[in-house]
Design a binder for this molecule. Structure first.
Ligand code: ATP
Ligand code: MG
Length: 577
């Protein structure tokens, strides 16, 4: 293995002590204490390049790369590309991008299962020679029938005891392309009566005359996942091979293959150990690749990177940040028990990070005109607004102020209800970073709807002017933009893609659970400083939430903003918005 760690933030094993413990760390600590791997920690992240990574993968990425980082080890980025017909370079590229975006770095440790096809073939011949594998010539239907069930033992194939030399000859001819798909398979010779179905002579190779995205037409036999994965791990000197719980019953097979190869000197000891953890299940989200493909293909969303998709490209466009995902992974931890994580935990992690990093800006999403009767026509002045309330080092910006402003329609009530302290006739409020104003009248249209609010301002009360701020207390503090100076831009108010916690639970079609209000497009008034927002620049729009300039469709001087998340969880306990 390479001595150099591939983590920029790598540190000694001590750093691991700073992280909350979990059962995987306990195993690694015990291995380090016993010297099993000489203190080495090598993990891998092994996606199949047949789709885009999603939020569940983020958990696995944080876990595998995070352990390597914390223990001063290495995490290998390995594509599990054993299935020639489903894999594409487009997916490889997007997966590498997503892992980099998450903040991890595999250094020189990038590999593909297909790099090992030659080795695996050589190992397979060895297994046949040792009597551990045989070529079976049953049809697929017969194989299924002979396999038995959970309660019934399987039956040996008629070909199970064919001579080693015959299996070897057939296997070579399989490789040489002499047979059509399905004519033969190579199987491990284990135990057709095993209570664990995975051990009932599992398939090691299938004939598939198909072009592979990396090896082209070099092979017409392809190794199975089980035969490939453990050997790949051992060849890369992986110490802890971490996967999700559905592979628990495959672990005896993982060990069976590797032990036999190691006995024959094909693999070095100590062998890697497989450790299973519970996959991430998130409320309000579907993570199955099949369903994600359906959402895209049937046009329920605007593509793989639609900001409502749980893909990492979608989350990125939405404005989610890698730091938020890492915080989330830490907070939910890893366990052996399947459970559901509430979506609001992920949103809270994003808010926590965004609150720290985002500069504040003003946006009036649902505008109502406000006219200051005693402010001179044609005049304007600057008001200083801090870029971050807790971070004076981020400085201030000038917000132009003038006679006509836009305020939020919600911040005015002609007949205020009890407890409403914002603007209403006769009431005084503060214009954030500006003056105190008092409402003196309203203008209505023919239907009686309020078209504009008239106020007077007190010139002695400008925010930031020494002595002016404390003249008298008002309860309301509302935001505004100057009508003459505001810019308009498209803002996309995204919300959860599904309106129920468990989309498609029971027999229900999950498509019926799509939230009809998950995307709303508006063109609000923004403070002028937002006009020059760069793609992927993030802001808190005060009192509204976190927004990001869309990284795909924004143009210079013409940003489009996506709502990442509101300031507070607006979904009630009953799971309704
Ligand atoms: P799907 O079942 O949706 O097709 P997959 O698990 O087959 O996804 P892979 O590309 O094989 O997708 O996954 C790569 C790695 O990510 C695997 O180690 C897998 O265990 C892990 N992973 C996938 N989904 C989740 C999840 N929801 N939570 C945690 N880890 C996951
Ligand atoms: Mg998989």
């Amino acid at each position: 293995m390479s001595k150099a760690s591939n983590q920029s933030a790598a540190s000694s094993g001590k750093a691991a002590l700073d992280q909350p413990s979990n059962f995987i760390r306990n195993i690694i600590d015990a291995d380090n204490a016993s010297g099993k791997y000489g203190g080495r920690v090598e993990t891998r992240f092994p996606p199949e390049p047949n789709g885009y990574l999603h939020i569940g993968h983020a958990k696995s990425i944080c876990l595998n790369f995070g352990l390597a980082r914390d223990y001063g080890g290495v995490c290998h980025m390995r594509f599990d590309d054993t299935n020639p017909t489903r894999e594409e370079q487009e997916y490889v590229d997007s997966i590498l991008d997503a892992v980099k975006w998450m903040g991890f770095n595999w250094g020189p440790h990038l590999s593909y299962a297909s790099n090992y096809f030659g080795k695996l073939y050589e190992f397979a011949e060895y297994m046949i020679e040792q009597g551990h594998a045989y070529v079976d010539s049953l049809s697929a239907d017969e194989m299924r029938e002979f396999r038995g069930t959970l309660t019934e033992a399987g039956k040996n194939s008629l070909y199970r005891d064919r001579p080693i030399a015959e299996s070897l000859d057939l296997f070579r001819r399989m490789k040489n392309g002499e047979f059509s798909n399905g004519a033969h398979v190579l199987r491990a010779k284990i135990d057709m009566a095993s209570p664990n179905i995975n051990l009932r002579d599992p398939v090691m190779y299938r004939i598939r005359h198909a072009e592979h995205h990396r090896t082209g037409n070099q092979w017409c036999i392809y190794p199975s996942y089980d035969w490939t994965h453990g050997a790949n791990d051992a060849l890369e000197n992986i110490t802890h091979s971490i996967c999700t719980l559905e592979f628990e019953d495959h672990r005896p097979l993982y060990d069976w293959f590797n032990q036999r190869l190691a006995d024959g000197g094909k693999l070095r000891r100590p062998l890697p150990q497989q450790i299973e953890f519970a996959r991430l299940n998130l409320t309000y989200v579907v993570l199955s690749k099949r369903k994600l493909i359906q959402l895209v293909e049937e046009g329920h969303v605007d593509g793989w990177d639609d900001p409502r998709m749980p893909t990492l490209v979608g989350a990125r466009r939405r404005g989610y940040v890698p730091e938020g995902f890492r915080l989330f992974a830490e907070r939910i931890g890893v366990s052996k028990a399947d459970s559901w994580i509430d979506y609001s935990i992920l949103e809270d992690c994003m808010r926590e990070d965004l609150n720290e990093r985002c500069e504040r800006r003003i946006a009036v999403l649902n505008p109502l005109k406000l006219i200051i009767d005693n402010y001179p026509d044609g005049q304007s002045e600057d008001c200083d607004a801090p870029n971050h309330p807790q971070k004076p080092e981020l400085g201030k910006r000038a917000m132009p102020f003038s006679k006509e402003l836009w305020i939020e329609r919600d911040d005015f009530m002609e007949t205020p209800v009890k407890g409403f302290f914002r603007l209403s006739p006769g009431n005084e409020v503060r214009l954030r970073y500006g003056y105190l104003i008092k409402c003196v009248g309203v203008e209505k249209d023919a239907s009686g709807e309020v078209k504009a609010v008239h106020c007077t301002y007190d010139p002695e009360t400008k925010s930031g002017t020494p002595g002016a701020e404390v003249t008298r207390k008002v309860k309301g503090n509302i935001h505004w933009v100057s009508a003459a100076h505001a810019c308009q831009a498209e803002v996309r108010l995204y919300d959860r893609l599904f309106s129920v916690q468990h989309p498609g639970s029971g027999e229900r079609d999950y498509v019926l659970d799509i939230n009809a209000n998950s995307k709303q497009i508006i063109t609000p008034y923004l403070e002028p400083a937002l006009k020059e927002a760069k793609p992927e620049q993030r802001f808190q729009f005060e009192r509204h939430g976190y927004f990001v300039a869309d990284r795909v469709e924004s143009k210079p001087g013409q940003p489009i903003f996506n709502r990442t998340v509101t300031l507070r969880d607006s979904w009630g306990k009953d799971g309704k918005p």
